[in-house]
Design a protein around this ligand. Structure first.
Ligand SMILES: [Zn+2]
Length: 145
């Protein structure tokens, strides 16, 4: 098992790269801090969407509710990052960035951790794992299940 991404979380990177937030995503971030993956769902057409918005991208309704997701999904696609884009990322390589297709039908960009990067594959079953990024921010990452 490679825990190659651990140094990203709780390190100086979280201070150097503060995440910008929009108010409509507050329930998502609060859920992450509580270890729950929360997704916006339209109560008019009953479909999930991601990223969080003030209206449903499927039907335009503003009736958005939040539901706890299973946290399970599959790897839709991924890339192994071998070349750091700048110095702050140097200690992280190689690491895996992927798009996870959640059981709820939405896709989410995240890190895939707790696996040798060479063994990551499309359609691999994964589950969410929360990791502290900075004092205020916890990020959802995904690992094999
Ligand atoms: Zn809708």
């Amino acid at each position: 098992m490679t825990e190659n991404i651990r140094s990203l979380y709780g390190s100086q990177l979280g201070k150097a790269y503060a995440l910008t937030r929009s108010p409509e995503a507050d329930p998502f971030w609060a859920g992450c801090r509580e270890g729950r993956l929360m997704l916006p769902r339209c109560s008019s057409c009953n479909r999930f969407h991601f990223y969080p918005r003030t209206f449903c991208p499927h039907c335009g309704s503003e009736n958005i509710e939040w539901k706890q997701a299973s946290g399970n999904g599959t790897v839709y696609t991924f890339a192994v990052v071998r070349q750091p884009i700048e110095r702050a990322f140097a200690e992280l390589v190689p690491y895996v960035i992927g798009i996870i297709e959640l059981e709820e039908g939405v896709r989410m960009l995240s890190h895939i951790t707790s696996i040798d990067p060479e063994k990551v594959a499309c359609d691999m079953l994964v589950t969410v794992e929360f990791k502290p990024y900075s004092e205020k921010t916890v990020l959802p990452t995904f690992r094999p299940r």
